[in-house]
Design a protein around this ligand. Sequence first.
Ligand SMILES: Nc1ncnc2c1ncn2[C@@H]1O[C@H](COP(=O)(O)OP(=O)(O)OP(=O)(O)O)[C@@H](O)[C@H]1O
Ligand SMILES: [Mg+2]
Length: 325
Amino acid sequence: MTAGEAALAVSGLTLGLASGHARQPLVEDLSFRIGRGEMLAFVGESGSGKSLTAAAIFGLLPPGIRRMAGAIRVGGTELTALPERALRARRGRDMGLVFQNPLTALSPSLGVQAQIVETYRVHKGGTREAARGRARALLTEVGLSALAAGPDRYPHQLSGGMRQRVMIALALACDPGLLIADEPTTALDTLIQVQIMDLLTRLQRERGLAVLFITHDLRLAARYADRILVLYAGRAVEEGDAASFFIAPRHPYSRALRDAIPPVPADGRRLAEIPGQPPGPQTRIEGCRFAPRCPDVRDDCRRVVPTMGPLGVRVACLHPGAPAP
Ligand SMILES: Nc1ncnc2c1ncn2[C@@H]1O[C@H](COP(=O)(O)OP(=O)(O)OP(=O)(O)O)[C@@H](O)[C@H]1O
Ligand SMILES: [Mg+2]
């Protein structure tokens, strides 16, 4: 990676059903970058394409979904040009993935330390003893020093928060430059949620990690991320610096998301309802995809597709609100 190069650069990413029945792509013309040591949060309602984008970056799209266009550069390497074997070698080495339920990622029949040792050796080789030392150092780094020093434990012997810490250690086993965390705290209590987010931001800072943080929770995004990118029905509608975004979101959808936050988190998990539903992939919409729900809709919104402006003017709306002062 050369100086000034983003740890992750996605441009024009378009994903759709391989069978081609859907009229709308599931993710359309999505572009964004994350620098070293930076956290970008993806925010958007269920079905907006957050996880599919993560899966595309990781090279693990579900069967039936295809990348129709777009480039994905990680650490300066264009991944979409790599053959499957080379991609598999890079996955897990250049990128780490953390998701909502660590139990689906951890093997139930192997101790967690042993799992980190295995992962490390698959990618980096070396002796078992060296890998063990690495596993212990990683467990300590994620705040599990007792587990690092004591006998190995199975995932079911650990609390939800500890399991998520193990999953983060596993994701970091090969020293990736990029970490993708898809709803990493959604299944956890509010207190544990904060601890895990604090851990992620500490790692981001100390390791210079680029983090893509996917969440429903705009409040968490505003508190922890450097920048926020809002997705609506597979399209980016606004991107901005987290602090000013929260003060003055410019897209009517971003404003609705912000205004839908209850004063006290009801359960800390889901965004409160915005009237109406996002359009499904089968629905063809002329003009802006948010127009049918938009409180500020005008005639041209139903004809013209708004696009993100050039860098610096990142809002896809024909009539955006004023920027933060
Ligand atoms: N395997 C699949 N086959 C067909 N359609 C899919 C598949 N996975 C996702 N989709 C569709 O792609 C769109 C985006 O899904 P995605 O999982 O990326 O949403 P998301 O933003 O992560 O939502 P959530 O917040 O619920 O996790 C949705 O319309 C979804 O129905
Ligand atoms: Mg998802």
